[in-house]
Design a protein around this ligand. Structure first.
Ligand code: SF4
Length: 101
C-alpha cells in the first residue's frame, strides 16, 4: 500500500488526486527501511522517481507533501529536497544524519 493509499483511507480522503497515484502497491520504494545504507537509498529513490516521472498527479502530490511536511519521497521529491526548497521538516532524516556524522 502506497503512502497516498494510507492517507486516502484516513481523514484526508478528500484528496481525489490520490486515486490516480502510480505508486499503488509500491510503498517500499517511497520510504526508507531502518538503517538503510546510502547506496541502497539512492537505488530505491531512483526507482521511485521513475514511477513518479510517469505519474499523472505528480504536481498535486508534490504540493501536498510540501504543505503537509511529509516524510519519504513524494512527487519525485525527497524530504531532503523539500527541506532544501524551504519546506522544512522538524528533523529530516538525511539532514539529521549528515549533521551528526
Ligand atoms: S507522484 Fe509519485 S509519490 Fe506521488 S502519487 Fe505519483 S507515483 Fe505516488
Amino acid at each position: 500500500m502506497a503512502a497516498v493509499e494510507i492517507i486516502r483511507s484516513g481523514e484526508l480522503a478528500q484528496h481525489d488526486w490520490m486515486r490516480q497515484a502510480a505508486c499503488k502497491g509500491l510503498t517500499h520504494l517511497f520510504f526508507p527501511t531502518p538503517a538503510e545504507r546510502p547506496q541502497a537509498r539512492e537505488r530505491r529513490e531512483a526507482t521511485a522517481r521513475e514511477v513518479c516521472a510517469s505519474c499523472s498527479v505528480r504536481s498535486s502530490c508534490c504540493e501536498f507533501a510540501r504543505d503537509e511536511h511529509e516524510y519519504g519521497l513524494w512527487g519525485g521529491e525527497s524530504e531532503d529536497e523539500r527541506h532544501a526548497a524551504g519546506f522544512r521538516l522538524i528533523a529530516p532524516i538525511g539532514v539529521r544524519a549528515r549533521s551528526t556524522g
